[in-house]
Design a protein around this ligand. Structure first.
Ligand code: RP5
Length: 166
């Protein structure tokens, strides 16, 4: 097994069900990843250390998911020059709107590429990470093209079924 290129981290193990979707997407493109829990407010030192060391360990992209006042992705982005993708987790009574705003509204200077709330966002975070890695990896690009072809075929299939022509 080669070293993971992507690190998926989350604020709590209660985020795992959603964040697994990012891992599943990466698996579909044959990309190695690691999964861990680190919290911006419960374990700030651990989070800063993780972010500072990630590039040196060979990590190329970080996907960070958190709920509530979700500052995990922003704090990680503050401590690394690696691209950080933020996944807003719907874990409070505000159903992720809180996490979305906290993750996406980074002041100028420290970007976090924020995806949709919950599982669709986690899936897209994995695909976006693959697209970033695909810039320098033609095998990943081919798999991304196949993924788009498959999506288009699924629409054709749905269309045929709906029109009763299959
Ligand atoms: C956030 O608080 C986590 O990312 C999680 O979404 C939420 C709740 O965490 P737990 O109380 O379930 O550990 O920091």
């Amino acid at each position: 097994m080669s070293k993971p290129a992507v690190s998926i981290v989350m604020g709590s193990d209660s985020d795992l069900e959603i964040m697994r979707e990012a891992g599943k997407a990466l698996e579909g493109f044959g990309i190695e990843y690691e999964l861990d829990v680190t919290s911006a407010h419960r374990s700030p030192d651990r989070t800063a250390e993780f972010a500072r060391r990630a590039a040196g360990r060979g990590i190329r992209i970080i996907i960070a998911g958190a709920g509530g006042a979700a500052h995990l992705a922003g704090v990680i982005a503050a401590h690394t020059t690696l691209p950080v993708i933020g996944v807003p987790i719907p874990s409070t009574s505000l159903n992720g709107l809180d996490s979305l705003l906290a993750t996406v509204q980074m002041p100028a200077g420290i970007p976090v590429a924020t995806v949709a709330i919950g599982k669709p966002g986690a899936t897209n975070a994995g695909i976006l990470a693959a697209q970033i890695l695909g810039i320098a990896d033609s095998i990943i690009t081919q798999k991304l093209e196949a993924h788009k072809t498959k999506l288009a075929q699924s629409v054709e299939e749905k269309s045929r079924k709906l029109r009763g022509t299959s």
